[in-house]
Structure formats: C-alpha cells, structure tokens
Write a protein that binds this ligand. Sequence first.
Ligand code: BMA
Length: 370
Amino acid sequence: MKMHLAKIMIMASAIILAGCSATQMPKEKLISTLKQAAEEGTPLYGHQDDLMYGHTWNATKENDHNLTRSDVLSTAGAYPYILGLDLGWLEIDSPCNLDGNDFNLMREAAVKHYERGGIVTISWHLRNPLTGGDTWDVSSDKVVESILPGGEKHEYFMEWLDRVATWLASVKDSEGKHVPMIFRPWHEHTGSWFWWGGKLCSPEQFNALWVMTYNYIVKERGLDDLVWAISPNTLSENFDSWVERYPGDEYVDIIGLDCYCPTYLGQKESFAKFKKDMTECLASLQKFSELRGKILALTETGYEGLTYERWWTEVLQGAIGDFPIAYLLVWRNTDEMPRGNVHFYTPWPGGPSEQDFKEFVESGRIKLLR
Ligand code: BMA
C-alpha cells in the first residue's frame, strides 16, 4: 500500500514537472535552448539573411514568399538553427533594409524560421541620426550625446526606436503570439567604425544609450520576451577594458564576441591571428559570463570569400576549441558587393569549402535545424 502511494506521488510530481516545462515562457525556452547547446558543446549554427538571399537568388527581388531557399540548406541539407536579420533603415521608414531586404518579407522569414523551430537574432545597422550619414559615418563624436535625454536629437531618435519597437512587436506566429527573438543592438561597440563605437562616446554615454534603448523597448513598449545580446569586437590590446561599456546584468542575457578571420594578411598569418584573437577574447568573455551567469556566444564570425578549403574543420574549429559558446553566426552571402563576388560567408553548392563545411556539420560539431 505504502509502495503504491509512493508510486502515485512520483507520478504526480512527474506530471507537475512536465506541466512546468510545457508552460515554459517562450523567452525562457529560448534561453534554455541556448544554454543546452553551450553545455553540450554543440553551438547552434547561424547565418545572416539566410532565407532572404544567397548565391544567385534573392527572395525580395523575386517576391518569393515561400522562403524555402537557403544556401545552408542546399549545401548541408538543413536550415541554420539561427537566422540573423538586420533592421538598418527601418528607422527612416524605408520599405527595404540597407541590404535591400523587404521588411515585410523579413517579418515573414522570422515567423517561418521560428515556426520551423529555429531562433531569430536581430541586429541594427542604423543610420547616423545627427549627420544624416550612414551607420559607418564616424565624422562626429557627438552623436550618442545628441540622442540621449536632453540632447538635440533625442526626440528624433526616439521616433527611430518607436519604429524598431513596432516592427519587433509585429513579429507574431500564426496563433498571434509574439515571437521571442535575440535582439543585439549597438554591436561591435569597442571598435570605432560605427558612430556608437569606442572612440566616439564615453563609457557612461554608451551605457546610458543601452539602458535607454532597453527601457524604451522592454518597459515602455512591453516587449519583455526579447533576449538581449551585447557584442564587443576583438581588440588587439587591453580587451578586458570592454567591461567599462557593459550596461549591467539587468540589461543583458548573452555576452557575445564579434571576431572575423582577417583577409588583409597572408593566409598563414590570418589564421594565426584569428586563433589568437578568438582564444584570448573568448577566454576573457567566458570568465566574465560565468561570473555574471550569462550565455556566451560567437555573435559574428567568418572568413570573407572562404578561399581556404579546410576553413571550417581546421581554422574555425581550431579557433573555437572547446569554448562553451551557445551559437556562432556567420555573415551574409551576397554577390552584389562593389568589390565583386566575394562577400559570402557560408558555402553554396559548388562554391569553395563546401565539402569541408559538410564534414564540419556531419562531425556533429555544430547544430543545424533538424
Ligand atoms: C556589413 C556588410 C555590409 C552590410 C552590413 C549590414 O558587415 O555586410 O555590406 O550592409 O553588414 O548587413
């Protein structure tokens, strides 16, 4: 009889536990998927604009709402787990983003990817609100100051944030539920190529910018299921100093690194530098993220043009080693760059390093969406 009662109690608690995981909030579910990938040592593979265009195809130009194509799918047999999308130019009310993607189609892509079981991450290469230039216009070091409360462009910039919040809020699944996503604003803020970069504002101003963005989107607009990612880029000296530009644990969920394999050096030197940068910076971020209880990720990486056929299994694998990263995202594949057909980061059928990429995937070292 006692035995029987104990059995019933075990069964009852199993039902309660199962119930708990079934009712897991979407944001918590996203976070636990990321944590699990990091713990298992199989980072989720991500590709920027994967469903939007690739080698010799473009969903916006072809008005293709099927959103079934993907260079990752056509080389490795599955979609990437993570889809990166960028909101640059949404702030100026443009119908297409800075890379020509239709914003409505981007929303459809985000929903489709989510409903296929994937994760969406959003970045924002926004224009310069003070000079009217683009995201890379670093001619003034007064831009961040000008958009903070009291600054001459504050109200104007809040309209930009309003458009971003409205788009983010509009990403809903077929049941009308908001799609939880990773939001990764103000990326590579330790470099000085974007107007919010290291030499363009003080640490206090940067942190105030982040907190203002967070408070508006989360507290004022109620978008509380976004997962916030911060992405310093590699610095050749004094990398640890990036924490001056860390807004605080309350405002961040993922601590990422943006680290690319250089192309301006010879291959041997490039690969050595990549490995050194990656190892040093990830070691530092791993320590920091463990202390703060945050998720570690490689929020951007890649080797433009992929001109080394064993880049995946030798170079990338060697650089990431056993760091507990939840995901890694490679940048976009486009054949529309002024410099010609070289701006691509994931293989396409018949393109360089395709075979090696397949091996990398098949080795189980990264996870695609299956
Ligand atoms: C950059 C390049 C640019 C692009 C931007 C936003 O790194 O790929 O061509 O406009 O990202 O996607």
